[in-house]
Design a protein around this ligand. Structure first.
Ligand code: FES
Ligand SMILES: [Fe+2]
Length: 428
């Protein structure tokens, strides 16, 4: 059942703290509605750029001047195709909160090196417990702080020349006892620690965070949150699209009797979808073909949270799907899960589990449940790793609200805002 990872997809830090699904209501007409190309762009924190480079951008601009609205869209797509990955006609780094690491990783590793949205960063936790994410290159002479630095109290000391930087990024000490250079400032990223994960904010237009990811309530007894990192050649928008891709649930995951539990709800950067289905495998063979109800909340394109309840067997789980664009070609996908029992659940298994001591409860429920969850995700990985972003898609009834999802997703690409003159051009 566990699909082999394709070439290019690598599973990372399997020990890190050992550390998806589907409304028929707005499917009809999706093919006609599904808005077109989302090309052009690239992005950096300093502003928007054409991912196809200056030459492609110039060609794109010349072409757009003579093509009108539809042609402009098409050329944006083509310019992007020229510069990034031919599988994706999308800018690689949309705006949003992206997973850096599991919260407990910072305690274990000290300082962690990552690549997020094409930037190398270092993450650490100060002595008072504050997580920090900073540009990896030391502003003195460029040592990689993710590999050559250590935390000292509330500061980070670079191992190359011993300069120390406080939580504001200011250099407070040189390695020679000389006056700290005032212009030697370490750039920090907006950070948010929530639900057991450290997130960093990226925006291609350099805008500050305008929304956040809420903390999930944790009433009752839960297992600890386990997580695993999987690197794959993919685009973050394709991963989150699975949340509304009803059609794949039966073909890829084997779910049966899939039904919508309400219309897709869109609230700014949050998209919510609810479905029910029969699960073919259950857990330990328990709950085979039992009904599962899932409530998905997608917070931007980098963070999704899924509440799964299996009322017939008394299990529930909370799944985390953190998709972080790494280098423009790969996504670092961190999947996490914790489990609990449905309050007042009847049946032998929940009764036994309710009386099971904490560590065993954690191992039985959390460990086995997590393996089943990872196996489900791995079924998607070979598809994400090789698929193309087809735009417009050839949708059919039964697909789920993919067009609505894609229109919602546009808000995370500020560089795709239409020029005023073009936007005013009536469609032919
Ligand atoms: S490069 Fe970091 S202190 Fe010199
Ligand atoms: Fe899936």
């Amino acid at each position: 059942m566990v699909a082999a990872l394709p070439a290019g997809a690598a599973e990372a830090d399997p020990g890190a703290g050992e550390a998806e699904a589907a409304g028929a209501a707005d499917e009809a007409g999706e093919a006609a509605e599904a808005d077109g190309a989302l090309g052009h762009g690239g992005g950096g924190r300093g502003g928007s750029t054409c991912a196809g480079g200056a030459e492609a951008h110039a060609a794109c601009s010349r072409e757009s001047a003579r093509t009108g609205a539809n042609g402009w869209d098409r050329m944006r797509e083509q310019s992007t195709l020229a510069g990034v990955n031919p599988r994706f006609s999308l800018p690689p780094f949309p705006s949003g909160w992206y997973g850096v690491c599991a919260a407990d990783e910072l305690a274990r590793e000290g300082v962690v090196a990552r690549t997020i949205c094409g930037r190398e960063v270092a993450a650490y936790r100060t002595a008072s417990g504050q997580p920090r994410v900073v540009d990896a290159a030391c502003p003195h002479l460029g040592a990689h702080l993710g590999h050559t630095s250590r935390v000292e109290g509330e500061t980070l000391r670079c191992s190359f020349h011993g300069f120390r930087f406080d939580a504001t990024g200011r250099c407070v000490e040189t390695g020679y006892g000389t006056r700290p250079p005032p212009k030697c400032v370490l750039a920090g990223w907006p950070v948010h620690e929530v639900n057991g994960f450290v997130l960093a904010w990226f925006d291609p237009a350099g805008r500050a965070p305008s929304w956040s990811v809420p903390a999930a309530p944790k009433e009752g007894r839960w297992t600890r949150t386990r997580s695993r990192l999987i690197r794959l050649p993919a685009h973050v928008q394709d991963l989150a699209e699975n949340s509304v891709d009803v059609g794949h649930l039966s073909h890829v995951h084997g779910y049966r009797d899939i039904e919508s539990l309400g219309a897709l709800v869109i609230d700014g950067p949050v998209l919510r979808a609810r479905y029910a289905f029969r699960h073919p495998r259950g857990l330990w063979g328990v709950g085979k073909n039992a009904r599962a109800e899932i409530d998905i909340r997608v917070h931007g394109l980098g963070y999704s949270q899924v509440e799964v309840t299996m009322p017939e067997v008394g299990f529930r789980s909370r799944q985390f799907v953190l998709a972080t664009p790494a280098d423009g070609e790969h996504v670092d996908l961190r999947v996490g899960m914790c489990m609990s029992l449905v309050a007042g659940a009847r049946g032998a298994m929940p009764r036994v589990l309710a009386r099971t001591p904490g560590p065993l409860f954690d191992r039985l429920m959390g460990g086995i449940g997590f393996r089943a969850f990872v196996a489900d995700v791995q079924a998607d990985v070979p598809i994400w790793s090789t698929k193309h972003y087809v735009d417009p898609p050839g949708l059919a009834e039964g697909d789920g609200p993919i067009g609505r999802y894609r229109r919602w997703a546009r808000q995370f690409y500020p560089q795709l805002a239409r020029p005023a003159a073009d936007a005013a051009t009536p469609a032919a």
